[in-house]
Design a protein around this ligand. Sequence first.
Ligand code: NAD
Ligand code: ZN
Length: 342
Amino acid sequence: MKALVKRGPGEGIDYTDVPAPEPGRHDVLVRVLRTGICGTDLHILKGTPWATRTVTAPRVIGHEFVGEIVAAGAGVGGLLPGQLVSAEGHVTCDTCANCRAGRQHLCDVVQGLGVQRDGAFAEYVAVPARSVWVHRPGVPLDVAAMFDAFGNAVHVADTFPVRDRTVLVTGAGPIGAMAAAVARHRGACLVAVSDVSPFRLDLAHRAGADLVIDAGEGTVDPAALGLEQGFDIGFEMSGNPSALSDLIGAMAHGGRIAALGLPDEDVPTDWADISLRMLTIQGISGRRVFDTWYAMADLLDQGMDPSFVITDHFPAEDYEKAFATAAEGHAGKVILDWVPRD
Ligand code: NAD
Ligand code: ZN
């Protein structure tokens, strides 16, 4: 089968032929239809220090996908060929104390699909049956392809109640923009979104943000935005150290921050200020398994439509163009098609 493979340290990935995976006893084999390119995949393409440390090569990469089950191992019950599925990209151990207590999102021996086990940027992927999410009827394929990323956004947006609260989102990449849209949908009374890129500020508009702030023009000042006090809730979605400092500075006393962004430098932090204003900062990783997935499906049923973040799609063999488009910042979510579109 064709697949995108990371061969080893350094820059680059290959579009090449590899043997199709054999599903194990508790796995399903999925014929991949569409996949989403995530920041993680860009790190792997570039061969950043994180990727060199973390990816066990050679490795078929990619974790955002939708496909159709074509076969199931002998030990799999309840899943059938033809079902349209995605999978939780964090494959948990099921034996650690957190997993056994039903907190799989806190498993500390997690394996990443497309990172430490062969992933979905391929014509076929094998995944454990317990990681599979069966889509409800009517989900558009492009949206299903990025359920993993949508899940990051929903996990963040649902961490603290936002109804009738003011929310500041720093970073309007695909995930930040979707989180802003979910906060809007959940009844926040004000959703403000900051970014430094005009394209991404436009994405924030499309998310339904009430206020769009160019962070390049200085720190966010709640008073200048007409707020008596700072923001009630913050979502850090940029991974930029100065955005996190900005966000902390813009919070009301008692404000609560859900922090998804992954800075690769140290973040200078005034801890006395955080203590004295009694701020809460909750780190966020991945999705809650499967609470977040049910929440996503319910949001779609309620009419929320995250497809506004999808800006481009390419056939898989045009992966170089697709990755370049995703990397240059004039795009939202970029989709790779593993079978031709009708
Ligand atoms: P992205 O890189 O596409 O978006 C980040 C956005 O932040 C960009 O639009 C960028 O212009 C903007 N930005 C940069 N500096 C800023 C500043 N000072 N103020 C405001 N905005 C600024 O990323 P994404 O795919 O949307 O992911 C968002 C973040 O979440 C990234 O840091 C990513 O690494 C991280 N992430 C974390 C997890 C997790 O499980 N914790 C999962 C996926 C992604
Ligand atoms: Zn575990």
